[in-house]
Write a protein that binds this ligand. Structure first.
Ligand code: G6P
Length: 612
């Protein structure tokens, strides 16, 4: 939520900041702004996307080698020019960008108003920059110290970067609950919400921890201290990301590129972990904890959105293979209940971004009760990855389209590996069967590649449904989470209302909606409940619903009943979710494109939800 970028060095800041904003636009895109210091502290901001900001600035003055920039996902105050970041302090000597929420902004604002401060915007951010200015003047301290003192009065979440006319060679930044990375160049520094704006210039980065303040000054080494004023030693890491991962590479949208990357991203998730020939599964990140996992009384999976759907597939996998009781929880619900958690529980937190505020809070709660926390994250060095005891990265590479695709299949892949490993350790699966499953899992990237050949057919099919207003997705067993994920994908990017349901539950409500206008997508690949799904299809047909069925190649019975068929290669039932998801991703993509929607940046959504 909200992308922040800062630059100080010897190069012109404007092109670096602008490019950085484009790279972070997935985090929010309702307004954007930039401030550059060059004697004057100039600022441009506008409602709309980064491209609107760029056209608005056009050929106005942007000279300067130090600056900050922001792309916003509104929390306080509607998205308009005034509420866009950066925000000036009263004197206009300071400016700040912010990602997060200052919870006690109302009381701070009241105090500042009493002291004569005037406010232009409705934002909590403006309150904080005024407070920093007030401290700077009254306590007669420099910017870094003023930021430190101010943050001691703040309740909430933030990643901020502040620029000051009085100290024109320095940026001061801080974080709590929202991500912040510093890139260290030869004679310059880059600050950003994630590494995407930095990777082009340097691979040396420092991930800032919660409640740390960082000062980057031209010609001086990076300086980090806690808000309690304790100096910290910067831990410089090498970025593994490369630039091509951040570009569309000839595809019309990032989402399509990411859908097509899945044969490789799944291979990357499996790489070095699965060896079917030797019959081994090894997840290096959790080896020290796998015994604890195998002995756990219960596994609790916490996640949000698409990651929660992956968690549901995980539930079936752990129960089926490792015979372990599993609960899958929406992190936002879990954190505010009074859940029963013990030291014998293992909590698995799943998150693409590794920054989702609710998932992070659920982890903290489970930690406080003594549970072991395992992470499944995509973004290396992210807050969730660092908050867990151990974990496995999905290695899907940067996912930029807001609707998650390759991250989902990578999460399911990791969950499959974990379930298999635990099954092996707990002796809940015969060796022969274990090996069969490993061999089949190894063939999944190739089968995903085959599945993707369906793209042209899905595109044709999408034409029939461009004007649909509702969609129902049905599946049973392993395919029930797939149905929910298919429905979520469609509503996220095409704004068509869609619901995912367990097929048999349809008769307890959704059946009332079915008429000739209602497309029903049925995932009918299951072996176990195949006949039952056929009965569900007949119930829909009897009410004139139009059936799109995802079936296993060579299927006959469903083919006779369905209006449209999408075939996926034959595989083990427990691996079907990875394959069956793909036609559904493509269907939502093509429908959304045909409806003229912005698939990579759907309205009101953001990729990384760092607010509750
Ligand atoms: C947002 C995104 C979804 C994502 C969810 C959870 O809503 O738009 O695509 O599934 O957050 O995000 P996480 O990064 O924790 O997987």
């Amino acid at each position: 939520m909200c992308g922040i970028v800062g630059y100080v060095g010897t190069k012109q800041a404007y092109p670096i900041l602008m490019k950085g904003l484009y790279r972070l636009e997935y985090r929010g895109y309702d307004s954007a702004g930039i401030a550059i210091l060059n004697g004057k502290l100039i600022m441009y901001k506008t409602k709309g996307k980064v491209s609107d900001l760029e056209s608005y600035i056009d050929d106005q003055d942007t000279a300067g080698t130090i600056g900050i920039a922001h792309t916003r996902w509104a929390t306080h105050g509607e998205p308009n020019d005034v509420n866009a970041h950066p925000h000036y302090s009263q004197s206009r000597n300071l400016a700040m960008i912010h990602n997060g929420i200052i919870e006690n902004y109302a009381s701070l604002k009241e105090e500042l108003k009493n002291r004569g401060y005037k406010f232009e915007s409705d934002t909590d951010t403006e309150v904080l920059i005024q407070l920093i200015e007030d401290i700077k003047i009254n306590e007669k301290v420099g910017l870094e110290e003023a930021v430190r003192i101010a943050l001691n009065q703040v309740v909430g979440a933030y990643a901020i970067v502040v620029i000051s006319k009085d100290e024109p060679d320095m940026l001061v930044a801080a974080r709590k609950g929202s991500p912040l990375v510093v890139g260290i160049g030869k004679d310059d520094f880059f600050l950003a919400s994630d590494a995407a704006p930095i990777v082009e210039y340097t691979k040396d980065v420092v991930y800032i921890n919660d409640e740390e303040i960082v000062a980057v000054k031209r010609g001086e080494p990076i300086r980090i201290k806690t808000i309690g004023n304790k100096l910290q030693t910067p831990y410089i890491q090498k970025l593994e990301m490369n630039l091509t991962q951040l570009e569309k590479g000839g595809y019309e949208h990032f989402m399509l590129k990411e859908i097509f990357e899945q044969p490789n991203s799944i291979l990357d998730s499996l790489r070095g972990r699965l060896n079917a020939k030797e019959g081994t599964v090894k997840l290096g990140g959790i080896v020290d904890y796998e015994q604890k996992m195998a002995n756990a009384k219960r596994i609790i999976i916490v996640a949000c959105g698409t990651s929660w759907h992956a968690g549901l597939v995980g539930e079936y996998l752990f129960e089926d293979l490792a015979r372990m009781p599993v609960e899958v929880e929406y992190a936002s619900e879990f954190r505010y209940r009074n859940p029963i958690i013990s030291e014998e529980d293992v909590v698995i937190a799943i998150s693409q971004s590794g920054e989702t505020a609710d998932t992070l809070a659920a982890i903290e709660l489970a930690k406080s009760k003594g549970a072991t926390i395992i992470g499944i994250c995509n973004v290396v060095g992210s807050s969730i990855a660092r908050a867990t005891d151990a974990g496995s990265y999905t290695h899907a590479g940067p996912e930029i389209g807001v609707a998650s695709t390759k991250a989902f299949t990578a999460q399911v892949t990791i969950l499959t590996l974990m379930a298999l490993r635990l099954a092996q350790m707990r002796n809940t699966i015969p060796q022969k069967r274990f090996r069969e499953l490993l061999t089949e899992l190894e063939s999944i990237p190739q089968k995903v590649k085959e599945t993707l050949k369906i793209d042209g057919q899905v595109k044709e099919l999408a034409k029939m449904f461009v004007y649909a207003r509702n969609f129902l997705y049905l599946g049973r067993g392993y395919n029930f989470p797939v149905a929910m994920e298919g429905a979520l994908k469609l509503k996220e990017i095409s704004y068509i209302h869609a619901e995912g349901y367990p097929a048999a539950e349809m008769k307890h409500g959704p059946i009332a909606l079915i008429d000739s206008e209602m497309p029903v997508v049925v995932i009918a690949t299951n072996r176990g409940t195949y006949d039952k799904v056929i009965s569900n299809i007949q119930e829909v047909k009897a009410r004139k619903g139009r059936i799109v069925a995802v079936v296993t190649k060579g299927d006959k019975a469903v083919k006779e009943l369905a209006d449209f068929i999408l075939e996926v290669p034959e595989t083990e039932e427990l691996l079907v979710p990875i394959l069956a998801t793909i036609p559904l991703q493509l269907l939502s993509y093509h429908i959304a494109v045909m409806r003229g929607c912005n698939v990579d940046q759907p309205r009101n959504l953001a990729k990384s939800v760092t607010v509750e």
